[in-house]
Design a protein around this ligand. Structure first.
Ligand code: ATP
Ligand code: MG
Length: 266
């Protein structure tokens, strides 16, 4: 069984175009994809192609207009409770609680899941340690660097031991060196615990570093390519894979663009 399954999913938003006229625009249209247990999938596509809408459908923040979304066999919108504790989410901003220390922020997810009080601090310390934050546990978010804050949010996601880890542009606010460190860390953590993961990103470099598979979306949110990274690297090589991803996205593969993150943040 697929851990994540989109079957012919569309999402429309009502748009008011002047007085009295209303139309419905598709943010996602006819999206079908599957992710198997243990796979780490990167999703790329130009700005506005529907990545975040797909992500919001996946985490149950919004309902599909048609088609079906299933996560571990549950509809994430209608059966949100059925997925409690099974899905960990890392957003673009760290979304930490400013009045709580790093340690207390990581404990927070465990409190929500009603984990035994005596375990919470121990589990939170373990994950902060794993992410290299042992000497920063008692600091508040304002006293941490951007990279450290993003590490705390990754620790918070892993502390609840979810089966699935979902990330929407988690590293896009970081400098390239920190982003590279953290994505390697993310891949290592997902792989060593045999979790299933999905990473939405603007960066082809990031997608190639992290993903077992790279899914390319085009507007309005539908799948145009599905690359198996290891196979592609072994057959055509990295440069050709990058070119094919750019082509699938509908981006010109100019000499300077081919190596850079594609598409500025909206
Ligand atoms: N709540 C909304 N109401 C109306 N239109 C929306 C809404 N959310 C998204 N859209 C539209 O749906 C399309 C897809 O948006 P989405 O945020 O999913 O793109 P994205 O691929 O995540 O872009 P980016 O890379 O810039 O984050 C866009 O045209 C956007 O304007
Ligand atoms: Mg987005």
């Amino acid at each position: 069984m697929s851990v994540i399954c989109f079957d012919g999913v569309s999402k429309q938003f009502a748009v008011r175009a002047g007085r009295g006229t209303a139309s419905a625009n598709y943010a996602v249209r006819g999206l079908s994809l599957q992710v198997a247990q243990g796979e780490l999938v990167a999703v790329v596509g130009k700005t506005g192609c529907g990545k975040s809408t797909m992500f919001n459908l996946l985490i149950g923040l919004t309902a599909a207009s048609s088609g079906s979304v299933a996560v571990l066999g549950h509809d994430p919108f209608r059966d949100f409770a059925g997925l409690a504790g099974k899905v960990g989410v890392v957003f673009q901003g760290d979304r930490l609680l400013p009045w709580r220390s790093a340690l207390a922020n990581v404990e927070y997810g465990l409190e929500l899941l009603k984990a035994p009080r005596e375990n919470r601090a121990q589990v939170a310390r373990h994950w902060l340690h794993k992410l290299g934050l042992e000497s920063h546990m008692d600091k508040y978010p304002h006293a941490l660097s951007g990279g450290m804050r993003q590490r705390v949010s990754i620790a918070r996601a892993f502390a609840t031991d979810p089966e699935i880890l979902l990330c929407d542009e988690p590293f896009s606010a970081l400098d390239e060196i920190n982003a590279a460190l953290l994505r390697n860390e993310l891949r290592r953590l997902v792989k060593e615990s045999n979790k299933t993961g999905m990473l939405v990103t603007h960066s082809i470099r990031e997608a190639m570093d992290v993903g077992d598979r790279i899914l390319v979306l085009r507007a309005p949110g539908h799948l145009v390519a599905d690359f198996r990274v290891a196979d592609m690297l072994a057959t055509v090589g990295g440069a050709a894979l990058k070119r094919q991803i750019l082509e699938a996205m509908g981006q010109d593969a100019g000499p300077q663009e081919a190596g850079a993150a594609v598409g500025a943040a909206a």
